[in-house]
Design a protein around this ligand. Structure first.
Ligand SMILES: [Zn+2]
Length: 406
């Protein structure tokens, strides 16, 4: 009798002790995922190659895979399988165009890319050979719908994470109600598990626990669906520009209505309104990723162009906690991220205000974990925050929160 042969009482000789020890390890390492991990029902199956999930939170496990895999890697796979369900991969797969839906292997690979880059960044161990964006020369941090476009059609890998991932029924699926009378987790309970997990992640982050960026973004997306922050930012800049123009206009440049003609020309008050000067203070302390920074800066530049402010009326200052690190740059490419270190945006704000022609508007791009000036400054301040858990800036600043990518 070989170690892999089946005992008399069933087809699968699953090492449950090892598998459940791995789940315990995963839940201990990432306590905010415990509810999701323990909601999974283990079903031994000789038909799956490794582990797979269905829509009803059943986790099909190949006994040979458990034997061949270390407990630490198994813990990583547990989290991987739970991630397919937490991220509602099957629900999202159902919304793909029909041609993509049929291509379950590519969908599965794209989904694994969405999950695994975060798990690797989170320091989790996974078995060798798992799918990652870098294998396809793709950037990390994307959603599977985006990866799908760039996954080659003839990918030889035969992985299958089950119908809970790609949405296509698998031959081993038991269905919502199994023949033995046990019911899986239904869609309402599944949604409750997602929200509960997202709240646990938020609570963990608030108690200053470390949370991988991918999970934090996902949780915020679940709890707070995206608001149009670009619109909010455009509105804030427009309003601030009107205020800055109006304030200058009113104090000493407003032409008298009684003398509309100057030198034979009609001068409309609006034409005399000076364009505001804008300083953009960018947090380069390393807490913002290069991608976040590029996105936010591109948006701010776009908004400024839209309200007609550009060229030498805009100054960009790169700033971390060190006054020496404040640098004046003219293009987004020149912004360099400093490694780690603290963050103090007051340094950048003060530097901006000491310019020969001080700005009327200061847009601060930061994760939000920074001190703010204790009192209102002479420019209108727009605080643009990328971290949903960042404390609220002072009430005299206009605050725009850029929601995280899911
Ligand atoms: Zn997978």
């Amino acid at each position: 009798m070989t170690p892999h042969s089946a005992p008399a009482d069933g087809p699968a000789r699953l090492d449950r002790a090892k598998l459940l020890a791995a789940r315990y390890k995963a839940a201990e390492a990432r306590p905010y995922l415990a509810s999701a991990l323990y909601a999974l029902t283990v079903v031994p199956s000789e038909r799956v190659r490794t582990m797979a999930v269905d829509r009803y939170w059943r986790c099909y496990v190949a006994p040979a895979f458990v034997d061949a895999t270390g407990v630490e890697e198994l813990a990583g796979v547990w989290i991987h399988e739970a991630a397919h369900l937490l991220r509602d991969h099957h629900g999202r797969a159902d919304r793909l165009p029909a041609a993509d839906q049929r291509d379950r292997l590519r969908v599965n690979i794209a989904q694994d890319c969405e999950i695994n880059d975060d798990l690797v960044a989170d320091g989790l161990r996974l078995p060798p050979g798992v799918m990652e964006p870098r294998l396809f020369g793709l950037p990390t941090g994307r959603l599977f719908e985006e990866y799908l476009r760039d996954i080659p059609a003839s990918c030889p890998h035969a992985l299958d994470c089950g119908s809970g991932a790609h949405g296509v029924p698998a031959p081993w699926d038991l269905g919502e109600h199994a023949a033995d009378g046990t019911a899986g987790v239904g869609p309402v309970e599944g949604e409750a598990l997602r929200r509960q997990t997202a709240q646990a992640i938020r609570a963990h982050a608030r108690s200053r626990g470390t949370i991988a960026a991918g999970w934090r973004r996902w949780a915020e997306q679940v709890l707070e669906p995206t608001v149009d922050w670009r619109k909010a930012l455009t509105g804030a800049v427009r309003e601030a520009a009107a205020w800055a123009g109006g304030a200058v206009d009113y104090t000493y440049r407003r032409p008298s209505r009684r003398t509309p003609a100057l030198g034979g020309r009609v001068v409309l008050p609006s034409l005399r309104r000076p364009l505001p000067r804008v300083a953009v203070v960018v947090d380069t302390s390393g807490s913002m990723t290069e991608e976040d920074l590029a996105t936010a800066l591109a948006e701010v530049s776009g908004v400024l162009r839209e309200v007609g402010v550009g060229g030498n009326r805009v100054t960009v200052l790169a700033c971390d906690a060190d006054v020496h690190a404040v640098a004046r740059v003219t293009t987004v490419d020149q912004v360099e991220l400093a490694g780690g270190g603290g963050t103090d945006m007051t340094v950048g704000i003060r530097t901006a205000l000491t310019a020969q022609d001080p700005p009327n508007i200061i847009v601060v791009l930061t994760d939000g974990h920074t001190p703010w000036p204790p009192e209102p400054v002479s420019a209108r301040l727009i605080a643009t925050l990328t971290d949903p858990n960042a404390p609220q800036p002072p009430p005299w600043a206009e605050t725009i929160r850029i929601p995280p990518r899911p």
